[in-house]
Design a protein around this ligand. Structure first.
Ligand code: ATP
Ligand code: MG
Length: 573
């Protein structure tokens, strides 16, 4: 492709609404353009990289035996009602009405559609296992679309759905997708880590996210550098470090006028460390109250709570609800003597003694609380969010919490959707059984940006060659048709192209500085530049995006460039 014949609208300055570097580079390199918040046009360079990512995904999915299909983006709401997600996912569902005012859902994902499809097409165990996938546009009404392609309202996803006869077979489909994802991200030049994750609204029990560590990432991951344990903080656990004194003193009421927070109780005159306080939270889960107890220095983990309660429909109780239940206001709440409401306490509190908690009497707390003696009704569960520096559950070494970008996720779903939508098969004995499902997503457009997030420097993008829009940029420094540099450039363009190398010929009549800056900004992995001065010395210059300049005889440049491209491609094949 000739630069003058395509559309590469590079920008010198970053648009002010691009908060993170990868987003700025997408705009500055002319890869995407914004239509509205969370909606982007893919420009010619962008679509080339996107197609390459899609090609890698297709090759690896096909290699795994999965079958490509394409499902409609527009979906009837009835199937969402049948799965229960019309309510549970209501916040992010885009809905539209047709001319007769009938409502439709714009698909944020396709478990419901694929299960309906399977209900019609899968009848017998002989058809299993089967894995159906598509690459398709998804719609989500994100509360805060931001960071460019990272969190968009409309984005491209690869989604796959496996159907198996039982759990064991489903686990093997899951493993196969897990391995496929490892290969896909490696081939895209992305260092993505599989981490244990929380199943959230999806149902399912077993799930891994593939994440790319990045300061700008929106998920937090607990990593153990020592043994490799890695889990989303929504799911992560740590080894319990309980250092409670064995104080057997009886409980004692004491006055705490005006004290409403853990922090104020930790200051003089009380000076009770947060780790010696019990934090009492009241939540309403599907209309019923529950009391949650955490150590004062920990935060509630809502994802773990959802797993515990088996629902995502819960919220903190209002002040009025709290008062009606416990006869005290927030700040003086506790669970001593509470029988009428289920009480869940975080595992760290198991066996705790000499703790301080609210007395359910405004302006009073209780000290010397012994969990097993004074709150015996509590059930111990993991509901806290782990913190930086806690000990790894697997090896005991310190965990570090880092931000990361989720690029993909694999789920073992079980039979939630197959039961709800009738995706059943008849087994060897002729008995009807629900298919055991798995689902597997990759954010294709998010992956494109994640590749940039991991591959850039002060001059711009540095594409891994497997997903670069072009392999090589041929840069004549004089573009007059009869000039020596242009004659060589035309020859290189023709010869490299016919060898299957993807060439961008920078035929713009611009200063060398502008051309070099632009080719670095758009991140083409290799540049071959031809200037009059160097030709006079009998050389042209070949340079990797991150490497040294190599001077070559003009007639050797094509063979050398092909070798470099092949070397780079082989690294990622
Ligand atoms: P997130 O937690 O980031 O909202 P998710 O867990 O809801 O993502 P999934 O339902 O697992 O997303 O979707 C599969 C993949 O689609 C994700 O791993 C991610 O790469 C991508 N994805 C999800 N939401 C968006 C979005 N709003 N914009 C771009 N990509 C997205
Ligand atoms: Mg996910």
């Amino acid at each position: 492709m000739r630069w003058t014949q395509t559309l590469i609208p590079t920008l010198r300055e970053s648009p002010s609404d691009a908060e993170i570097l990868s987003h700025q580079l997408l705009l500055r390199a002319g890869i995407i353009r914004k239509l509205a918040a969370g909606l982007y046009n893919f420009m010619p360079l962008g679509i080339r990289s996107l197609h390459k990512i899609q090609k890698i995904i297709r090759e690896e999915m096909d290699r795994s035996g999965a079958l490509e299909i394409l499902m409609p983006a527009l979906q009837p709401p009835e199937i969402w009602q049948a799965s229960g997600r019309y309510e549970a996912a209501a916040d992010t569902l885009f809905k539209v009405n047709d001319h007769s005012k009938r409502e439709w859902v714009l698909g944020p994902t396709h478990e419901e559609v694929v299960s309906t499809l399977a209900a019609g097409e899968i009848n017998s165990y002989r058809q299993l296992p089967i894995n159906l996938y598509q690459i398709q546009t998804k719609f989500r009404d994100e509360i805060r679309p931001r960071f460019g392609l990272m969190r968009a309202r409309e984005f491209i996803m690869k989604d796959a759905y496996s159907f198996d006869k039982d759990d064991v077979a489903s686990m093997s489909s899951y493993r196969k997708m897990y391995d496929t994802y490892v290969r896909i991200f490696r081939r895209c030049g992305l260092k993505a880590f599989p981490v244990e994750a929380d199943a959230g609204v999806m149902g399912g029990k077993h799930t891994h996210e593939f994440v790319v560590p990045a300061d700008t990432g929106e998920c937090e991951i607990a990593f153990c550098d020592s043994c490799g344990y890695a889990a989303n903080v929504e799911k992560a656990d740590s080894a319990l470090q309980k250092t409670y004194s064995q104080n057997e003193a009886s409980t004692e009421l004491f006055e705490t006028p005006g004290v409403k927070t853990i922090e104020s109780l930790s200051k003089p005159p009380y000076s009770i460390p947060a780790s010696q306080q019990i934090k009492t939270l009241v939540f309403i889960a599907e209309d019923k109250p529950v009391i949650l107890l955490l150590r004062g220095d920990y935060q509630l983990n809502e994802a773990k709570l959802a797993g515990l309660l088996g629902t995502v429909i819960f919220r903190p109780a209002t002040d009025e609800e709290v008062f009606n239940l416990l006869k005290a206001h927030v700040g003086s709440l506790g669970a001593v003597g509470i029988k009428q409401v289920p009480v869940y306490a975080d595992l760290l509190l198991e066996g705790a003694t000499d703790m301080v908690t609210g007395a359910n009497k405004d302006g009073f707390h209780i000290r010397h609380v012994n969990m097993s003696r004074d709150i015996p009704q509590a059930q111990f569960v993991s509901i806290r969010t782990v913190k930086n520096g806690e000990s790894c559950v697997k090896c005991g070494k310190p965990l570090s919490i880092r931000n990361a970008i989720e690029v993909g996720q694999v789920f073992k779903l079980g039979t939630k959707y197959s039961v709800a939508l009738g995706a059943c098969y008849s087994d060897e004995k002729g008995e009807q059984k629900p298919c055991v499902m798995g689902c597997y997503g990759i954010g294709v457009t998010r992956t494109l940006q994640a590749v940039i997030e991991q591959n850039f420097d002060k001059d711009g993008i540095s594409w891994p060659i497997s997903v670069a829009p072009y392999h090589i940029c041929v840069t004549p420094l004089n573009v007059a048709p009869e000039s020596e540099p242009m004659k060589w450039a035309e020859r290189y363009y023709a010869e490299l192209s016919s060898a299957g190398i993807e060439v961008l010929l920078d035929d713009r009549d611009e200063r060398p500085g502008v051309k070099f800056k632009d080719s670095e900004l758009i991140g083409i992995p290799i540049r071959l530049s031809i200037g009059e001065k160097s030709l006079a010395k009998g050389v042209v210059e070949l340079k990797r995006r991150n490497g040294e300049l190599v001077a070559l005889k003009p007639e050797d440049a094509v063979a050398e460039a092909i070798k470099w491209v092949q070397e780079e491609l082989n690294k990622l094949s």
